[in-house]
Design a protein around this ligand. Structure first.
Ligand code: EPU
Length: 421
């Protein structure tokens, strides 16, 4: 166990380079199982979720080689295992993409139910609905999901999702890639990492169109070949640094971003009073640290991301006036961090799906506990902005998704260190 010790109150200044997108990486790495030959994946973030996935693939028989920073070469040609180590699978959420990958490559697989951040009930019924539509027989228990070909075999089909789900869209897209026939996913998620996964699979020889719209068409191909692919920058990591500068004040150039992906976040920060300048692949943010209240409702992309809810909430606690923050993807997400922010002096009333945040001039250092990845990131921002010392316990949650957080913040002038307990 480790915690962060943060001496708050220093404005952030300088430059920070954003890493590859976690939620693209955790989809692309399992999808290397579909490829015959070596995949060179660039811009892979060095975070614990990625390390766990690479261990799972290695343990299944993949050849995994680490190249220069951010480069991983993976060759799954010799993998025969269809039952990945359940103990490793349970350590993270996105290991459920192994279900789609094994179904696509071997027509079968037995995968333990995933773990990961438990800020809400996170059902996988839409993933299962997709696998069934593709012709699989599914045995789902409290421990695992087992997939085998159904009586009529596996083939492409039309799947209309009942809810817009990133995970189900990814899993069905991966599963359908090597199946005969055409699959159409309706009501698909449109997040940048969905497009990135489709681009990766197409680079290796898949035939996927429509990613980024709500209808994705996957024409099955017989095989994929090795190749090179660079993962897109992390929208949420970039948003987290932007929110940190908005809250602490300062002037930072956030490099290696796709500004278009950031519009849903930067538009809100501008409404709150931060100055934003977009360049081709970077964003400059300037903030006096004095913010105005706003209204935010989280939605699937291109809406304001639920994964930025907690970080924008910290900005609201430091804004003049009363802000309203409505969560429409995961209702219970507020409970991961609002009480911790209250112990730092924030005034937050939760009323169903909406948090009413009455801003104040100052937060105060306290000992707080991260309960999930984004909640932990928000508490770090609060600690950076607060007067006095903040300890953020359970830093391992944050390390699931933020590469070199301490180094990057220190380079921006923050006074933060990691203490191993
Ligand atoms: N849902 C269902 N049934 C399903 C799947 C989802 O009812 O079978 C519901 C969920 O309960 C939720 C909504 O649909 O209300 C959206 O869930 P989604 O499936 O999109 O979430 P996910 O795939 O489990 C991914 C990200 C999350 C992010 C959400 C929403 C990955 C690995 N995880 O989760 O990221 O919050 O999409 O954008 O891509 C994070 O990075 O911190 C994180 C939690």
């Amino acid at each position: 166990m480790a915690r962060y010790e943060i001496y708050g109150g220093t404005p952030l200044r300088g430059e920070v380079t954003i890493s590859g997108a976690k939620n693209a990486a955790v989809a692309i790495l399992p999808a290397t199982l579909l490829v015959n030959g070596k995949c060179r994946i660039e811009n892979v973030p060095d975070i614990s979720d990625v390390r766990i996935l690479l261990s799972i693939l290695e343990e299944m028989g993949a050849d995994v080689q680490h190249g220069e920073a951010g480069v991983v070469e993976i060759d799954c040609s010799n993998v025969t295992c269809t039952c990945p180590d359940p103990e490793l699978v349970k350590k993270m959420r996105a290991s459920y993409y192994l279900m789609g990958a094994l179904l696509s490559r071997f027509g079968r697989g037995k995968v333990a139910l995933p773990g990961g951040c438990n800020f809400a009930s996170r059902p996988i019924d839409q993933h299962i609905k997709g696998f069934l539509a593709l012709g699989a027989d599914v045995d789902e228990t409290d421990e695992y999901v087992e997939l085998v070909p159904g009586p009529n075999g596996l083939r492409g089909n039309r799947v209309s999702l009942d809810v817009v789900s990133v995970g189900a869209t990814v899993n069905i897209m991966i599963a359908a890639t090597l199946l005969p026939g055409t699959t159409v996913i309706e009501n698909a998620a449109k997040e940048p990492h969905i497009v990135d996964l489709a681009n990766y699979l197409n680079t290796m020889g898949a035939n996927i169109s429509g990613a980024g719209t709500d209808t994705i068409k996957i024409r099955g191909v017989q095989s994929l070949q090795g190749g090179t692919y660079a993962i897109i920058p992390d929208q949420i990591e970039a948003g987290t640094y932007l929110a940190a500068v908005a809250a602490t004040g300062g002037n930072v150039l956030v490099k290696n971003v796709i500004p278009k992906h950031m519009d849903c976040i930067t538009s809100k920060l501008m409404e709150m009073g931060a100055q934003i300048i977009n360049y081709d692949d970077s964003i400059r943010i300037r903030s006096e640290g004095r913010l105005r209240h706003t209204t935010v409702k989280t939605r699937p992309y291109p809406g304001f991301p639920t994964d930025m809810q907690a970080q924008i909430c910290v900005c609201m606690t430091l804004a003049s006036g009363v802000s309203r923050l409505t969560e429409s993807v995961y209702e219970t997400r507020f409970f991961g961090y609002c009480s911790e922010l209250e112990s730092m002096g924030a005034d937050i009333q939760i009323n169903g799906k909406t948090a009413i945040v009455t801003g104040s001039d100052q937060l105060y250092g306290a000992t707080v506990c991260a309960r999930d990845l984004r909640a932990g990131a928000a508490l770090v921002i609060a600690g950076l902005a607060a007067e006095g010392i903040t300890f953020v316990k359970n830093s391992h949650f944050v390390e699931r998704g933020y590469e070199h957080l301490i180094e990057k913040l220190t380079a921006l002038g923050a006074n933060i260190r990691r203490i191993e307990d």
